[in-house]
Design a protein around this ligand. Structure first.
Ligand SMILES: [Zn+2]
Length: 286
């Protein structure tokens, strides 16, 4: 095993990190599929020291939150991609805020489901569980999870356009004549604290999620749609970092488990197909 790197010719154009990650992936995936995958996934999660859970729209869809691939795709005959951008906000801030207030009202009528609750309970019962979510609905917090990494922002926060300072806000309407919220810090118009198209992920949360991915023994991916490659990037990052830190030895083990109703593009070692609300309570049962 120590000698393997000598005998593999690295294709031009690949960095060492990418190359090592690919070798690791090919070595690891050759051992799949595992027998009795559910039991194996349960054991791996129970024995893992550090776990990163990544959630996407699928887990919230089970609570009735509309997804951008379903009924949430269009609003007032506009596609969501025409609404979720700084350009759209600059052109018509009132319209964009109306859309976000409408989305707040939809989410306010939804409840965290059995999967949200199972994750929150599990994280309270042990150390080493981090959660990075692509969802902006706040259902993980309502289920009792403390400080998930909200990679795409939050529906329940506003950001001051003068200084970008954020504050929590659960208003479903604004009193001002122009229908726009004002920041307490500068009295300036606020925008939704959401990551729009063309914008960077919030640095602090993205850095924390990346560190959690690198430290994790198990990454558990739940209900990502493949619309955004956040989970894939975190997994690649974790594998590349391991390959760099062990360039001449066996990479330290990383297992990726996916729970999804429909097959996705996430590169995983164990795939559990079904509803998160059915699978998670049994998977994380103590
Ligand atoms: Zn401000």
């Amino acid at each position: 095993m120590i000698e393997w790197k000598k005998y593999i010719i690295r294709p031009w154009g690949l960095t060492n990190a990418t190359f090592c990650a690919r070798v690791h992936r090919s070595l690891f995936e050759r051992r799949m599929p595992m027998p009795t995958q559910f039991t194996e996934a349960r054991r791996l999660l129970r024995d893992a020291k550090d776990v990163l859970i990544i959630t996407g729209a699928g887990i919230s869809a089970e609570s009735g939150v509309p997804t951008f691939r379903g009924s949430g795709e269009r609003w007032r005959n506009r596609h969501f991609s025409e609404l979720a951008s700084l350009r759209a906000f600059e052109q018509d801030p009132r319209l964009i805020w109306e859309w976000y207030l409408y989305r707040r009202s939809l989410v306010a009528a939804c409840e965290p489901n059995a999967a949200h609750l199972a994750i929150a309970d599990w994280a309270k019962s042990r150390r080493g569980v981090e959660l990075a979510t692509q969802n902006v609905d706040g259902l993980h917090e309502r289920a009792g999870f403390v400080q998930p990494f909200n990679l795409h922002g939050s529906l329940w926060r506003n950001a001051c356009l003068a200084c970008m300072r954020e504050r929590e806000d659960d208003s479903l309407a604004f009193d001002a004549k122009d229908g726009l919220p004002r920041s307490p810090c500068h009295g300036y118009v606020e925008r939704p604290a959401i990551v729009w198209f063309g914008e960077m992920l919030p640095k602090e949360e993205a850095d924390q999620a990346r560190a959690a991915a690198v430290m994790a023994d198990v990454i558990l991916v739940i209900g990502t749609s493949g619309l955004v490659p956040t989970a894939e990037r975190l997994i690649d990052c974790a594998k590349a970092a391991r390959a760099i830190s062990n360039p001449f030895g066996t990479p330290s083990p990383l297992v990726v488990i996916e729970v999804n109703l429909e097959p996705s593009h996430v590169p995983c070692d164990i795939r559990l197909q079904g509803r998160a609300g059915d699978i998670l309570p049994r998977l994380l049962e103590r």
